[in-house]
Design a protein around this ligand. Structure first.
Ligand SMILES: NC(=O)c1ccc[n+]([C@@H]2O[C@H](COP(=O)([O-])OP(=O)(O)OC[C@H]3O[C@@H](n4cnc5c(N)ncnc54)[C@H](OP(=O)(O)O)[C@@H]3O)[C@@H](O)[C@H]2O)c1
Length: 256
């Protein structure tokens, strides 16, 4: 596995990360096919496979149903080898998604994530934007609340999973440590701002590199070739796909 610095955070992240939406939630998603949430044994095998491949980034969120709670259980006794990225601002339950970006809610959400993940520190916490990226960053105090929790030692790095080029620009200007950006051959719009983020010392996680499964694994080469990219977080519950993705990125990294 190839590793890259996550901006100025001091963390070294594997070029391939594991997205865990499908470990905890199976409705209101944009994947091309229905799927069954893996049982405990299959989920444990998936994490073993990720560890064996050298993956060290796990991406989760309160909005991913039971994902955090399941990771907390699955990582018991081996938490330290992973970098956990979770989010604040969106919650998902039987009634669907709800959003709250107020500082009070941020604090409650981080504490609830720490408890579900059975840990005393989160490596990365991102604002789970609903699309109003700049407004949230500039007016809600959400980022200030996360930065305060960073100073308290509960969180190591903070930022936003944004939805627009303008949002990424606002995040760089606001001094985010990390952004989570979309990049795939059908959605190349963020390529330039990703390079600017990297040059400014902001770590960049990529989401939807396979267009949520609507494009083939070769699309990973596209994301890996762009300047500024730290880690490509691919969502999968299939160890064979995980191995295939790791092999594609190993060849990309070797080719420079
Ligand atoms: N913060 C946000 O707003 C946000 C939004 C979206 C995503 N994310 C994060 O980013 C991660 C990635 O995004 P994503 O899951 O939407 O999209 P993605 O990684 O582009 O695609 C995931 C889909 O591709 C399939 N897949 C993976 N590897 C494959 C392979 N080698 N061959 C064929 N199919 C393959 C997976 O199915 P299988 O399970 O069958 O492999 C899954 O359905 C998420 O898991 C999540 O952690 C964050």
């Amino acid at each position: 596995m190839h590793y890259r610095p996550l901006g100025r955070t001091g963390m070294q992240v594997s070029l391939l990360g594991l997205g865990t939406v499908k470990l905890g939630r199976d409705r209101d998603l944009r994947y091309p096919r229905a799927f069954r949430i893996p049982d405990e044994a299959d989920a444990a095998r998936l994490l073993d496979c990720a560890a064996e491949l050298g993956i060290n980034v796990l991406d989760t969120a309160p909005a991913y149903g039971r994902s955090e709670e399941r990771l907390g259980h699955l990582l018991r006794g081996r938490r330290e080898r992973w970098l956990i990225c979770t989010k604040v601002g969106e919650h998902f339950d039987a009634d669907g998604s709800r959003w709250d970006f107020t500082p009070g809610h941020v604090r409650e959400s981080v504490h609830a994530s720490l408890e579900r993940l059975q840990t005393d520190r989160l490596d990365i916490v991102l604002i789970h934007s609903d699309g109003r990226d700049r407004e949230i960053l500039e007016r809600y105090g959400t980022l200030d609340a996360l930065q305060a929790m960073k100073r308290e030692g509960l969180v190591r790095a903070v930022g936003i999973s944004h939805k627009s080029v303008d949002g990424a620009e606002a995040a760089i200007a606001a001094g985010c440590d990390v952004i989570m950006a979309t990049l795939n051959p059908a959605q190349p719009e963020e390529a330039e701002v990703i390079a600017r983020a990297g040059a400014a010392g902001c770590g960049v996680l990529i989401k939807k590199a396979l267009a949520s499964g609507h494009s083939g694994p070769a699309s990973l080469r596209f994301a890996a070739a762009h300047a500024g990219v730290s880690c490509i977080v691919v969502g999968t519950i299939d160890p064979a796909h995980l191995r295939e993705n790791a092999a594609i990125l190993a060849r990309s990294a070797a080719a420079g």
